[in-house]
Write a protein that binds this ligand. Structure first.
Ligand SMILES: C[S@@+](CC[C@H](N)C(=O)[O-])C[C@H]1O[C@@H](n2cnc3c(N)ncnc32)[C@H](O)[C@@H]1O
Length: 256
């Protein structure tokens, strides 16, 4: 009861709870480690807002941001497209936008619903190269309320975590770890396959997974990794270590 009252009256309640859960460097610092380790020639970000994460891209990187609702983005060395990711991929050939190069590094942090995060992943995977890393933000939800499909809170991850569950079940070829970084985790994905993405196409029904499934199985499908620079750098190297997560997670029939 006290918890409910606190979250209702204090918008920073969830922020504080998330910070307590994962002390240490936050996801922006982890993204910075990856930029330093990968030195990507190209970077694509879906979901820019005020540019907090896009600003981390180095000036030597050809960087692209996509967001229909940016807020006063300054100090970024990037080309920003003011449109949804679906609109962008319908109107542009990303490879051309990147000067004929593949995507070396990408961040998915746009609309926080499973089907959109999954569609964004597939669209980016089509343009991946052998060493590409895709980072998916908000994959360790704080609680059931802030991960509901219908948004009722300022602090919000939505059900993006289902994308990791789905990929773990259906893509044993991928390498994935989820870094325990504040506020809500960051999943890193490698060993991408543009041909698979091309075949699969976008547009999925929401996965038949509920909060109870998350509580019972998250340790298996997330492949949790410590919030540690060496772990992240090692994952980004060409001979990346295997994910620590299990691959054989059963996805039950529709339960929502
Ligand atoms: C959490 S914010 C991004 C934060 C930013 N990556 C950072 O770390 O500073 C999410 C952003 O996604 C954008 N967004 C929502 N739906 C989108 C879509 N379909 N395609 C691209 N961006 C979208 C919103 O406008 C919002 O600015």
């Amino acid at each position: 009861m006290v918890m409910i009252m606190a979250s209702f009256h204090d918008p920073a309640f969830h922020d504080r709870a998330a910070a307590r859960r994962f002390p240490g460097p936050d996801y922006l610092e982890v993204l910075d480690w990856i930029h330093q380790a990968l030195r990507p020639e190209t970077y694509v970000e879906i979901g820019v807002l005020a540019g907090g994460s896009l600003r981390i891209a180095r000036p030597s990187t050809v960087a692209v941001g996509i967001d229909p609702g940016t807020r006063g983005v300054t100090g970024v060395a990037a080309r920003v497209f003011s449109m949804t990711s679906d609109e962008f991929f319908a109107q542009y050939d990303l490879r051309q936008v990147l000067g004929g190069r593949p995507v070396d590094f990408a961040l998915i942090d746009g609309l926080h619903l499973f089907e959109q995060a999954f569609a964004d992943f597939l669209k980016l995977e089509r343009y991946a190269g052998p060493g590409t890393v895709i980072a998916l933000h908000d994959t360790i939800p704080l609680d059931q309320e802030t991960s509901a499909r219908e948004r009722t809170t300022e602090f919000y991850t939505g059900d993006v975590w289902k994308t990791v569950a789905y990929l773990r079940q259906n893509r044993p070829d991928l390498r994935m770890i989820t870094v325990r970084t504040a506020p809500t985790g960051l999943t890193l994905i490698r060993n991408l396959d543009p041909e698979w993405a091309q075949r699969e196409g976008a547009g999925r029904e929401p996965a038949p997974l509920d909060w109870d499934y998350y509580v019972r199985h998250h340790a298996e499908f997330l492949g949790l990794a410590p919030n540690d620079r060496e772990v992240v750098e090692s994952f980004c190297q060409k001979t990346a270590v295997q994910s620590t997560g299990s691959r054989g997670v059963e996805i039950p029939s529709r339960s929502r």
